[in-house]
Design a protein around this ligand. Sequence first.
Ligand SMILES: [Zn+2]
Length: 126
Amino acid sequence: MKRSPGLARVIGIVLVLGLVLLIIKWALITAAILAVPFGAWWLYDRTATQKRQRAEQQRASAAARRRAEVESLASVDAAGGCGWCGSRLAHIGQDGRLVLPLDWHRAEIEQVLQSENEAGSTVRQG
Ligand SMILES: [Zn+2]
């Protein structure tokens, strides 16, 4: 039995086609298998990032609220005195001008806010 060159060619094409299909199938299966863990990791990473960003925003807004609250204590009270230290007389700077309680007690306000931040961070860590 003599094989015709046409038949050999057809067999060759079928083999090459089969090989190509095998490679494509392997690539698709590999991609599908890898897509599961990588997709899960991507989702987890995204939600973790969002959670972290939201927590940071909440911390920042809470700090801003607390700062406004503390600063509001350092205001001129109804009697014209200082709401921070309770002085009945307004604070007067070295140049003889009135100084707002907020400016007069700026260092103390910052100290209070800082000590609260440190206390808060040790509570969070512990
Ligand atoms: Zn004062």
